[in-house]
Ligand binder design. Structure first.
Ligand code: ZN
Length: 453
């Protein structure tokens, strides 16, 4: 019933039957089962409880892989950033040919990122040029980027413009496994988002950019580009960098990302997609906000940042959190072999030639460093609070003839100082999330700075 209401809300003037039937039909039809078929849905509805469901976050970046774009990606997806299974976090790069520096493509591939296709010319796709563009760009990435052709499985059309049924037909013919072109809009933050699914029962949602596929395409995956809500929760933005209300400073950019993340994490745990271009990072506040956002996710044991192809692998074989360390498609042992081919020339890939056990050890050390930093922060806070208590006490116990001297700040004096032993890392992290707050700079100052860039 909940599902029906959801689709009723979505469809507006379009017939309810038209919209609800494909997903409901698929769910009722017992033949659609993973790994070969996955029904469209807005709740995972898997035989594992939500508490055992990892929150998958997948990042996709579009367009030419230039040196400038690569610099941002290397910072955000640096080799020390690990998922809870001890493997490096990964993203998907939808790469168009023109202006791409292919040594960057090869470098990111070797570091475990997914390389996907975004056309040769980055022009408008049509039934007459689509096949050539999809075929040639796959070949470019394979030959110039040094990537096995069978590992290039994802496609996104420029400008998110589909060409109808021919798109999944041709992509499948060329060996692609999924398309990530069709868009889905959330109207408010609390709206549910669809999972990636196979087109066995067609595209069931509103067609934002026409023409969408109408027929059924068995076993071919569609990864909807689901909009985010802007930092004011007012308008939806298909791309992170496409909001009508762009966040004016680091604090609001961080909050914008966290709010959207939490709208998945605290509800359905449907995979959360962050789709964007590198140009967003030319404003330093936004780059810093994204850096902090990723750091926050890294502290969460039930969050995994993985590429789109890895997301699909999980949907094909949903595995509970407790067993993810042994989940084969998310392991990273094979990266060692990729790295070894040019180890001598690599000066930017520390940690990637390590065994699984060594990578796990690195992850543990990373967590221990984070905990040590948190302990230091708490110790400082404790001292600050004790100082304030001392000042308050001096104030209260002063002799009656002494002029009153107020404590420097009274904002914290009603809070108890930390007098207990630190319980565990998880509680510490929560405490810090609540207590260490920005902003250091004022919104006005940051807005001025942003405008000047
Ligand atoms: Zn593009």
């Amino acid at each position: 019933m909940k599902t029906v209401l959801f689709f009723v809300a979505l469809c507006g003037t379009v017939s309810v039957v038209e919209l609800i039937s494909p997903c409901v039909k698929c769910q009722n039809d017992q033949s659609c089962k993973p790994p070969n078929c996955f029904c469209c849905r807005d709740e995972l509805n898997l035989p594992i409880p939500l508490t055992e469901t990892p929150q998958i976050v997948f990042f996709t970046f579009d367009d030419a892989l230039t040196d400038a774009a690569s610099k941002f990606y290397r910072k955000l997806f640096n080799e020390t950033r690990m998922n809870p299974n001890g493997c490096p976090i990964s993203m998907t790069l939808f790469i168009s040919h023109q202006d791409t520096i292919y040594r960057n493509v090869n470098d990111f591939y070797k570091r475990g990122m997914e390389i996907a296709s975004h056309s040769v010319t980055h022009s408008h796709m049509s039934t007459s040029n689509f096949m050539e563009e999809a075929k040639k760009q796959k070949r470019n990435l394979a030959k110039l980027g040094g990537i096995p052709e069978n590992e290039i499985v994802g496609w996104r059309s420029p400008f998110l413009e589909p060409i109808g049924d021919m798109q999944p037909d041709k992509l499948k013919e060329l060996g692609y496994v999924y398309d990530a072109t069709l868009t889905y809009s959330k109207r408010k933050l609390s709206d549910k988002a669809p999972t990636p699914f196979t087109l066995d029962f067609g595209w069931p949602y509103d067609c934002k950019v026409k023409p969408c596929p109408k027929r059924h395409h068995a076993g071919f995956w569609e990864v909807p580009v689901v909009s985010l809500m802007d930092y004011k929760h007012k308008y939806d933005c298909v791309y992170v960098d496409g909001c009508n209300n762009p966040p004016p400073n680091e604090a609001s950019a961080y909050q914008f990302l966290m709010d959207n993340f939490n709208s998945y994490y605290t509800t359905s745990r449907v995979p959360f997609g962050i789709n964007m271009h590198s140009s967003w990072f030319y404003i330093a506040d936004r780059l810093n906000a994204m850096d902090r956002f990723i750091n926050t996710l890294l502290k969460m044991d039930d969050v995994y940042i993985v590429s789109v192809d890895k997301t699909i692998k999980w949907l094909q074989n949903p595995t509970p959190l407790g067993e993810l360390h042994a989940f084969e498609p998310w392991k990273c042992d094979h990266l060692k072999a990729r790295q070894e081919s040019d180890k001598a020339t690599s000066n930017n890939r520390q940690g990637m030639g390590l065994s699984h056990a060594e990578l796990q050890q690195m992850y543990i050390q990373q967590r221990l460093r984070q905990i040590a930093e948190m302990r230091k922060e708490i110790e400082l806070r404790k001292q600050r609070e004790l100082q304030l208590l001392q000042q308050t006490s001096n104030f209260v116990n002063r002799p009656w003839w002494s002029p009153p001297r107020r404590p420097q700040s009274n904002s914290n004096i009603h809070r108890s100082p930390f007098t207990q032993e630190i319980p565990n890392a998880h509680v510490l992290e929560n405490t810090l999330e609540e207590t260490v707050q920005e902003p250091v700079k004022t919104d006005k100052a940051l807005a001025t700075k942003s405008a000047g860039i």
